[in-house]
Design a binder for this molecule. Structure first.
Ligand SMILES: *[C@@H]1O[C@H](CO)[C@@H](O)[C@H](O)[C@H]1NC(C)=O
Ligand SMILES: *[C@@H]1O[C@H](CO)[C@@H](O)[C@H](O)[C@H]1NC(C)=O
Ligand SMILES: *[C@@H]1O[C@H](CO)[C@@H](O)[C@H](O)[C@H]1NC(C)=O
Ligand SMILES: *[C@@H]1O[C@H](CO)[C@@H](O)[C@H](O)[C@H]1NC(C)=O
Ligand SMILES: *[C@@H]1O[C@H](CO)[C@@H](O)[C@H](O)[C@H]1NC(C)=O
Ligand SMILES: *[C@@H]1O[C@H](CO)[C@@H](O)[C@H](O)[C@H]1NC(C)=O
Ligand SMILES: *[C@@H]1O[C@H](CO)[C@@H](O)[C@H](O)[C@H]1NC(C)=O
Length: 251
């Protein structure tokens, strides 16, 4: 069964670019997401007012064992949904996969975070089920969110977040370090299409001194997929696992 996505009618003020309607395979994940979208469409029609995009309304999701909270002197600057891969290496069949980095594109979900918190936390679950757009700068389908950031590693322990998308404001390049991590909730989506080894941990990262710009802290939350198998048995020397997550940037 194919499912028509009329996301453009949600509110073009929320989704930066109007999304062309597309057809997608029906899945429970997509159905759950669309239920929430349709509820918001009804509420928007009933209220008749355009929602504003005020990040002071947004509330960072909390894991079962909570990460340290953002410092009270920090302000939320950007919320993105990331979609990409976590990379691992395997030394031999009896080793444990070693995390060696990630590469992902991030899409601007700030206005969804401001207005639709329950839709926001479904975004990674939905995004995980679809490949990235083949065109590098194209919006993320089926949500229609606009590219904001590129995520990669400068070495195996140094995550980088570059706000270098064509429409991105001058938020610089965050050179980060991991401060803390906590397990994803047990009901997190384990991988693409009902398979996979679980969701990567939620993280609290801070900016290193070589960061360009004012971002001071980054949280990775609401993860979906990305975990490697428990052991290297039968694995190649290097492999990637599909994942998605929300990233919250504070300055
Ligand atoms: C991680 O954060 C938790 C909760 O704030 C704290 O109890 C724990 O000590 C932190 N761990 C590290 C390694 O900082
Ligand atoms: C925020 O406060 C913490 C301690 O309360 C301090 O270590 C940090 O430098 C402050 N950050 C900024 C951006 O002022
Ligand atoms: C397998 O790789 C691990 C990690 O590099 C290493 O500690 C271990 O000695 C290796 N085992 C064998 C049998 O080579
Ligand atoms: C991760 O693996 C992908 C291939 O899946 C590769 O293109 C990318 O360069 C790798 N990045 C890192 C940081 O290892
Ligand atoms: C990785 O990069 C960080 C930041 O540039 C640096 O401090 C660290 O020494 C590097 N680690 C390795 C193993 O090269
Ligand atoms: C995210 O979208 C909002 C609303 O369109 C915009 O004001 C903001 O500059 C965008 N942020 C980034 C990092 O692209
Ligand atoms: C998802 O799983 C179903 C049932 O196992 C299979 O028919 C379908 O082809 C899979 N889709 C993808 C994109 O892997």
């Amino acid at each position: 069964m194919k499912y028509l996505i009329p996301l453009a009618c949600l509110a073009t003020s929320i989704l930066a670019a109007p999304t062309p309607a597309g057809t997608y395979e029906w899945t429970p994940t997509l159905a759950g997401y669309m239920d929430v979208v349709f509820r918001y469409i009804q509420e928007a029609k009933a209220s008749g007012t355009a929602p504003t995009c005020d990040l002071s309304n947004a509330v960072l999701p909390v894991a079962p064992i909570a990460l340290p909270t953002p410092g009270s002197n920090l302000t939320l600057e950007h919320v993105a949904v990331g979609r990409g891969v976590q990379n691992y290496t395997c030394a031999n069949d009896t080793a444990t996969p070693a995390a060696v980095g990630a590469v992902a594109r991030f899409y601007n979900a700030s206005c969804v975070a401001s207005n639709y918190p329950d839709l926001l936390t479904l975004l990674p679950n939905l995004a995980l089920q679809y490949p990235l757009p083949s065109s590098a700068d194209a919006p993320l389908e089926p949500s229609g969110l606009t590219l904001s950031t590129h995520h990669f590693f400068s070495n195996t322990t140094t995550p980088v977040f570059a706000f270098d998308a064509p429409t991105s404001p001058e938020l610089g390049t965050v050179i980060a370090q991991k401060i803390n991590q906590t397990n994803a909730p047990v009901n997190a989506i384990a991988g693409v299409n009902g398979t996979g080894n679980g969701a990567v941990p939620w993280l609290y990262l801070t900016s290193r001194s070589d960061t360009v710009g004012d971002i001071k802290a980054v949280y990775r939350v609401a993860t979906a997929g990305g975990n490697p198998p428990a052991t290297c048995s039968g694995q190649p020397a290097a492999f990637s696992v599909q994942y998605s997550a929300l990233y919250w940037f504070y300055k």
